[in-house]
Ligand binder design. Sequence first.
Ligand SMILES: [Zn+2]
Length: 67
Amino acid sequence: MSKPVQIKSPEGKSRCPICDKPTAEDFRPFCSKRCADVDLHRWLNSSYVIQTEEEADDSMASGSSEQ
Ligand SMILES: [Zn+2]
């Protein structure tokens, strides 16, 4: 039951900068093509534009009535 969750990186493997998952060799330095595309689009969209938090948390405003 008590399984220690140790993420070792003996080979110095980096993590996906997008979702922080272990990188896949086919998509380094990302974990998947999706994340690679995400990063690519970020650069294309005028290099990492910081998104302002214009969108308020609707979940808090309308309450949690989805359950
Ligand atoms: Zn990823």
